[in-house]
Design a protein. Structure first.
Lengths: 340, 340
DNA sequence: TTGTACGCGTTATCAC
DNA sequence: GTGATAACGCGTACAA
């Protein structure tokens, strides 16, 4: 904090008015104040270069106009893209964000929730660690959230229940991919999931299996590799699935898909001639990798927009949809071979 | 803000003590307070689930323990990696960060600096837009900074002068690349720069030209393409340099390099057989792209560490190095051909 | 239309 | 060792 900030009192003195009047002008409640007076205030403020002290203001209004954002890791492209647009949108509404990276650890989630409660943030946007999303840990998180009483919404990852949330329609997305694959003649399909405590993995898988069974196609357990959302997992999954002679590998995120591609190339497997690959996210690099990756595009801007709307509604105690589920877009590129 | 927060007053009543005593205990100034009393306080606080109100505390202490971070765009991997570690480090010291994306626009830089001044952040970490770094705009930024009196440091991009800053040794890095290239027998070298108002571009180029002239090698003006740090620029640069028959293209960041690679492949130019490529940053994808990209690794964790140290020193008014310049690391992979 | 007085939750100063 | 009391800067009834 600068040592000597200009206070509203000084502005008032300079303008030859009371603090009340000046305050009213600054808060847009100057309907009953003559134009001349208002101008005096503006001028005095400009001359002194007055900046209202938000800390003091927050203390009396009880609002900090700050949203806490807890995410696993901002260096993940999906999260950083989201945070970027969210920050810009929230700023338009006069809010700013305090960013916290949990590094996928529940201990950090808990720590940051408490921390942000002390910071008196008006609301919380939560993408908690996979660890926190495990059913056995649910109680720890929800009870803390209830205790702190901070309005909050879940994004992308959520618990079953009524809590407000914004996500993508993962089951539908899984269905889209499966249908495209079947239409292309694929029957022996391999899947690499993310952590199965995340609804993204659960529902993408559900979508895939539904469609397959609707078409009378079997998805043997051995064709499902349970992994994590990273490259290593993609490589490991590819190693397993290659032995299963699958004609296509559906990785549940693009990082995994890159791992798959690397592994296949290293082992002389041609894509898509020998094995096809599908990803999820539509990361920037998916247009650069060879072959260009067929994947599912997450509507990041729209997500950010919905998150912004919802958290503000929750903070203001307004009516709002409790569960927003957004459509994704299947992006057809060059990594899937048509067998028929 | 939760409607009814537990105040220190209630804790004091519960413990049968004065507010002063309770406050002393919470602030670690309880040297002269008997253990029994301290325990009473702790217990009362625990029972009531007391959380100190930072807003109120800030008002009287004049410190918010918050650092404002202004960057062009968090969805850029270099910035997001930096912010991630910076946030984690600062948190260890009891600070949090307010994140602002300027979207590479000076108007936003100015707006956010004012904004954060009102938020009374203790310090500012600045990676300003390229626009703000242009010499003609320098005055606008620096005068505002002086006016607000917020302690601040520049990161990666800076003005000439005394202001505290953390960056990488770009000239030295440029030299490393040029020497490696010459050792590999390259003589007709093409370069794609970033915005020439950024020291990163200026100094990388300076490093390259120095080494070349030391070796009596010419770098014709036509072999230098002035671009931006993105993929499009890489493609455009590649188109130009291809006509110059260069044996290698040194792109000043990895995104450009990806653009170069795309363009070359699209035009049937083999890498590195026909043309070699070098990047800068060591983005994650550089190990996945084909061929694997030879590039210069930015020491992101170390950068974050230095930024953390410096901003805290500046905030506390402590002695510190004014200009920290970190070494980079040349990562040799598969995109450069040895001609000799 | 404008001014007075009080409270927001804390910490800091000075008595006791 | 502990406890009143006064700030910190601002918003807002209430009074004038």
């Amino acid at each position: 904090m600068p040592k000597r900030a200009v206070t509203i009192k000084e502005v008032a003195e300079r303008a030859g008015l009371s603090v009340t009047t000046v305050s009213l002008v600054f808060n847009g409640k100057a309907d009953n104040i003559p134009y001349a007076t208002r101008q005096k205030v503006e001028q005095a403020a400009a001359e002194l270069n007055y900046q209202p002290n938000y800390t003091a203001r927050s203390l009396v209004t009880g609002k900090t106009h700050t949203i806490g954002v807890i995410i696993p890791d901002i260096s993940n492209n999906f999260f950083s893209g989201m945070v970027r647009h969210l920050q810009t949108e929230l700023n338009k509404h006069g809010y700013d964000i305090i960013l916290c990276n949990s590094e996928e650890q529940m201990a950090n989630d808990l720590r940051y929730i408490r921390w942000l409660a002390g910071r008196k943030v008006d609301g919380l946007v939560l993408i908690l660690s996979a660890e926190s999303m495990e059913e056995e840990n649910r109680e720890k998180i929800t009870s803390l959230l209830k205790e702190t009483e901070i309005p909050h919404i879940f994004v992308d990852r959520y618990y079953h229940g009524d809590a407000p949330r914004v996500s993508v329609d993962n089951e539908w997305s899984g269905r889209q991919v499966a249908e495209m694959l079947i239409a292309a003649g694929h029957k022996n399909i391999g899947v690499i999931t993310g952590p199965m405590c995340l609804n993204s993995s659960i529902n993408r898988l559900k979508g895939v299996t539904s469609v397959l069974s609707e078409h009378g196609i079997d998805l043997p357990k051995e064709n499902i590799v349970y992994g994590k959302y990273n490259m290593i997992s993609g490589k490991e999954g590819a190693a397993v699935l290659l032995k299963r002679n699958v004609s296509v590998i559906f990785a549940f995120n693009d990082m995994q898909a890159y791992g798959v591609i690397s592994y296949l190339k290293e082992n002389g497997v041609k894509i898509p001639e020998d094995v096809s690959v599908v990803g999820f996210d539509d990361d920037l690099f998916s247009t650069i990798v060879e072959p260009k990756l067929t994947t599912v595009k997450q509507p990041i801007m729209q997500l950010s927009h919905e998150i912004c709307d919802m958290i503000l509604a929750v903070v203001d105690g307004k009516e709002h949809e409790r569960h927003v589920k957004l459509a994704t877009q299947l992006i057809l590129r060059d990594s899937v071979r048509k067998l028929i």
